[in-house]
Design a protein around this ligand. Structure first.
Ligand code: ZN
Length: 168
């Protein structure tokens, strides 16, 4: 990504929190197990250096995947087709629907019912979120490719979205 863009970026609170709880080894670690789990689930996969520069916390062991050292989880390197995303979400919604149904049958209580409902409503928004974020990734990748051409720089970026900004 263009350097100026990164420097002018507003600081994200999620990245500031990750930076605060990052150990020397680069892992996110909270005061207890529960906090560590929450921190890792909410990992932005980036941190700020001591000078305040945005850094990726990922490395790529191969072309298919990035691994984040903070949450120790895999991030698929390739963008997924929007229709495929919709299909995957529909499958998860089928599972949630099973719980909505079965929990009533077993008289499992309102707490579980509400949690299932919340998951359902939230994940319903996900395909739109995915599409929006990656349409911007696409336009920025195109722009940075054009800039590289203009600068006649060799060793241009890769097609992978995950590595265009993997400054470390
Ligand atoms: Zn992470």
């Amino acid at each position: 990504m263009a350097k100026n863009f990164r420097q002018n970026q507003r600081k994200l609170q999620s990245v500031q929190i990750a930076t605060k709880y990052r150990t020397k080894k680069g892992r996110l670690k909270g005061d207890n197990k529960k906090q560590t789990k929450t921190l890792r689930l909410a990992c932005p996969h980036h941190y700020y250096s001591k000078k305040g520069a945005l850094k990726s916390a990922t490395f790529a062991p191969n072309n298919d995947v990035l691994i984040c050292e903070q949450c120790m989880k895999k991030i698929p390197a390739e963008q997924t087709d929007n229709n495929e995303v919709k299909k995957l979400v529909k499958n998860i919604q089928g599972l949630i629907r099973q719980v909505q149904y079965a929990n009533v049958e077993i008289n499992g209580g309102e707490k579980v019912q509400k949690e299932a409902n919340e998951l359902m409503v939230r994940i319903d928004k996900f395909p739109k979120m995915y599409k929006r974020v990656f349409s911007i990734v696409g336009s920025m990748t195109r722009k940075s490719k054009n800039n590289k051409k203009r600068n006649k720089r060799k060793n241009g970026g890769t097609q992978q979205w995950g590595t265009w900004d993997a400054t470390r």
